[in-house]
Design a protein around this ligand. Structure first.
Ligand SMILES: Cc1ncc(COP(=O)(O)O)c(C=O)c1O
Length: 356
């Protein structure tokens, strides 16, 4: 067998997504929520899971959870699709839409890596438009691409991972107006930004919103929510695998809706700790943090970055380092952890940078 003749060229040309295998004491690399389940919920979860029939397939399309999220977001059920994480929803979108050789999928860079990876794996040509030097959208360039190439799908991470800020709302409205394709606003970090296009779904039928439970303390469940026009959701449902969301996630997802205020209490704490982290980073000579609307802070490092990263790891602190040659070249990203984790990260960084 000549495996290279069998596998798609776009797949051959890629590396597997780099997953950090370092087992550091302090894990601040993946934008997870650092807190365990709110008190009392573990017992309720155990009780609910005891009632589950493991010999049966889970309900296809997660109807109970869909109804819960429709209520929670104040939208109709036929506008919702539940996925095995928003990664799966991105995959479903990219599987359903037309691919064209002139560039069917556009997104700014740097941004969330899965847009590029899944687009290539599903046979799309991609158009990457670098952010401007203020880390905002290059709106003229993007409008030019929309007019010339008519992308079928545009991804905007709002706030943008890994740069941290929400893009300018007027720019996004211009993109929504100009595009005849779908514009996906990925609001994975909504709970830390408070900014959303959810109330604008009636204004644009090409607007699609993604949310996830991964950043509010339930990353292990793999639950993502897509909200869009019913005609789009109708077709996406044909691409969705029948039993894409397992029964545990369906049951615990409903519990999130019931007890959301307990989960969201913790996000206020993360927002205030983000400010503390930013101010502390700002005070370290040779470190420049970027303002953030999310649960992480991007910072550039004026010393040899790979060396600083390796020394942090040696001391048990894991952050995300980037290998791309763009504006991320000198950057690392730290997730807001618990108060103790944040303090230890800052102390360790000071020692690594200046031996203090
Ligand atoms: C912008 C963005 N979208 C989506 C995701 C993935 O979400 P999920 O865990 O629901 O697949 C991430 C994860 O870091 C992200 O940063």
């Amino acid at each position: 067998m000549d495996i290279e003749k069998i596998i798609k060229n776009a797949v051959l040309l890629q590396e597997a997504y780099p997953m950090e295998e370092n087992l550091c004491r302090i894990k601040l690399d993946a934008n997870e929520n650092p807190y365990p389940l709110p008190p009392g919920l573990k017992r309720i979860i155990s009780e609910r899971l005891e009632a589950v029939s493991l010999n049966r397939y889970p309900a296809p399309g997660s109807p109970g959870l869909k109804a819960d999220f429709a209520r929670y977001y104040g939208v109709d059920e036929d506008t919702i699709l539940i996925g095995n994480g928003s990664d799966e929803l991105i995959h479903i979108l990219l599987t359903a839409v037309n691919a064209s050789t002139s560039g069917s999928v556009m997104f700014p860079t740097p941004t969330f890596a899965m847009y590029r990876i899944i687009a290539l794996n599903t046979g799309h040509d991609i158009i990457e438009v670098p952010l401007n030097d203020r880390l905002g959208l290059d709106i003229d360039e993007m409008l030019g691409v929309i007019s010339d190439k008519k992308p079928t799908l545009i991804f905007l991470s709002y706030p943008n991972n890994p740069t941290g800020k929400c893009f300018n709302r007027d720019d996004i409205e211009k993109i929504l107006e100009a595009s005849s394709g779908l514009v996906v606003l990925d609001e994975a970090y909504f709970n830390f930004s408070g900014k959303t296009f959810l109330r604008d779904l009636d204004r644009w039928d090409n607007l699609v919103i993604l949310r996830t439970l991964s950043k509010v303390g339930l990353a292990a469940l793999r639950l993502g929510i897509l909200i869009g026009h019913p005609s789009l959701v109708h077709h996406l449902n044909k691409v969705r695998l029948p039993y894409n969301v397992n029964i545990f996630s369906q049951v615990i997802g409903s519990l999130f809706v019931e007890h959301s205020e307990k989960f969201l209490d913790l996000t206020d704490r993360i927002i205030s700790d983000r400010k503390w982290l930013f101010d502390e980073l700002m005070a370290i000579a040779g470190i420049i943090p970027y303002p953030s609307d999310a649960n992480f802070v991007l910072f550039s490092c004026l010393m040899e970055k790979d060396d600083v990263y390796a020394q942090l790891v040696d001391r048990g602190v894991l952050v995300k380092s980037f290998t791309s040659p763009d504006i991320l070249k000198s950057c690392m990203r730290v997730t807001v952890g618990t108060e103790d984790e944040n303090r230890e990260f800052i102390e360790t960084l000071k020692v690594v940078m200046h031996g203090e």
